[in-house]
Design a protein around this ligand. Structure first.
Ligand SMILES: Cc1ncc(COP(=O)(O)O)c(C=O)c1O
Length: 440
């Protein structure tokens, strides 16, 4: 069990008045200044997590690199911070690539992922000089072969392999199974055939192999197994990898029922297997590249909401409706993710009731957190949801045409705006009016 305040950023404090502080800023003041819902990132936690992730592979005697998986949450300021920290960046679309460019990421530190990259995206990546393209399937391999034919310098690529490893996580978060839309299948021989084929393509330089077996996986062993299978695959076709990536997906608690493992526990298991298998196959140690999203940004983010209405169903449940919900955090609806919450201005008050925090969107599944013990709250009271830094805003939508929240980062009592709140004009910006003669 993880205690509620343990889930908050490392700078989180409750003062004598029971008020929550984040990064030296009073949550109540942030909510007043920027409105709610508000996503608050704590710079100290972000940097501490990035540094812990970077040293997770210190047990590995070979070279290693950390990439931030931008899909967990990407905006310009965050990308700039992680760029300065020296991380690589893993992008999945032309949009994420545009943020990487704007943030000043050198292209050689960027990896392009995706199971359905289109010609425009591949062309943009090639023209930018992107470091690595992670080839997901045979169609993409053929396309890349055509797009790179005749190039002077071959494009560095990895092949993404679906290694057939089952992991304990929600079915929607399993990505390495035989029956998966991602990657070249190991069991059927597709991955081996693609590897042989790719090595013969003049415009490509295959530098490594990659697998991402799933997300929110709270055990290191499957990642070690994936590492071993990638090296076995390489050996089976006589390919010596310069780089090897067992992806990301290391579990990160979002509620009290989950427990974080030290990131080094994953790194050590991967390192051990990599060394053992490289020795067995006679490979020099490749550069290990891990790609972490949630483990870096998840714990740094807190969502602040205001309470709206209250609905009591005697003997059944009490709902408190919030001013946000699935539009900014769809994870409970999508994956059954379990979050918890604190009353940000009454954080030391004893719990008086168990409530379900419902979102404001027109879906019954729009629940932010179930069965949360809280003091009795009134409309306008402030709720803080920890561990909201990953895959919340990244998957946000304008469902019900609700503007998306503002994002700020706090540090040493100072607050900086990273993204302003969306406005009604933003929501209308892409819409075109009917011409006056439409019904004539
Ligand atoms: C290819 C790849 N790498 C890394 C990640 C990062 O996963 P996580 O944020 O769970 O660490 C993902 C997430 O879906 C992914 O698809």
């Amino acid at each position: 069990m993880t205690a509620p305040l343990d889930l908050f950023p490392i700078t989180a404090r409750i003062d004598r008045g029971g008020r929550l502080w984040l990064g030296g800023c009073l949550a109540r003041d942030l909510a007043r200044e920027f409105g709610t819902p508000l996503y608050v990132y704590d710079a100290e936690t972000l940097l501490a997590r990035a540094r812990e992730a970077r040293s997770a592979l210190d047990a590995y005697p070979g070279p290693h690199r950390l990439a931030y998986a931008g899909k967990a949450f990407l905006c310009l300021g965050l990308a700039q911070i992680l760029q300065r920290e020296g991380l690589d960046l893993d992008v999945t679309s032309a949009g994420e690539m545009a943020v990487a460019r704007a943030a000043g990421f050198p292209p050689e530190r960027v990896h392009l992922h995706g199971n359905s990259k289109n010609v425009a995206e591949l062309t943009a990546a090639l023209e930018w000089g992107i470091g690595t393209i992670v080839v997901d399937n045979l169609h993409e391999l053929r396309l890349l072969g055509q797009l790179t034919a005749g190039r002077q310098a071959p494009q560095r690529v990895w092949l993404r392999v679906a290694p057939g490893i089952d992991v304990h996580t929600h079915p929607h978060r399993k990505t390495g199974l035989l029956d998966s839309k991602f990657g070249l299948t190991l069991e059927t021989g597709e991955a081996a055939a693609a590897l042989e084929q790719a090595q013969r393509m003049a415009g490509l330089q295959v530098t490594g192999l990659h697998a991402h077996i799933g997300s929110q996986v709270f055990e290191p062993e499957p990642f070690a197994r994936a590492t071993g299978l990638l090296l076995d695959l390489a050996a089976s076709v006589g390919f010596t990898p310069q780089e090897l990536s067992p992806g990301g997906g290391w579990g990160t608690a979002t509620g009290p029922a989950e427990l974080d493992l030290p990131l080094a526990a994953y790194g050590e298991a991967i390192a051990r297997t990599a060394v053992e298998r490289c020795t067995r196959h006679g490979f020099p140690l490749p550069t290990l590249v891990i790609e972490l999203g949630r483990a870096i940004v998840g714990p740094a983010g807190v969502a602040l909401y205001r309470v709206g209405s209250r609905k009591e169903i005697p003997g059944v449940r009490t709902y408190l409706a919030l001013d946000g919900g699935m539009g900014d955090n769809i994870r409970p609806a999508l994956y059954g993710a379990r979050y918890t919450a604190l009353a940000a201005d009454r954080a030391s008050a004893p719990p008086e009731e168990i409530v379900t925090l419902a979102g404001r969107y027109c879906e019954s599944g729009d629940i932010i957190a179930r069965d949360v013990p809280l003091p009795r709250l009134q409309p306008e009271d402030l709720i803080a949801v920890p561990r909201a830094g990953a895959y919340c805003l990244a998957m946000s939508s304008n469902y019900n045409l609700v503007p998306r929240p503002a994002v700020v980062i706090v540090r040493d009592g100072k607050v900086l705006s990273l993204q302003r709140r969306e406005t009604a004009p933003d929501l209308l910006a892409r819409d075109l009016p009917l011409p006056p003669d439409w019904d004539q």
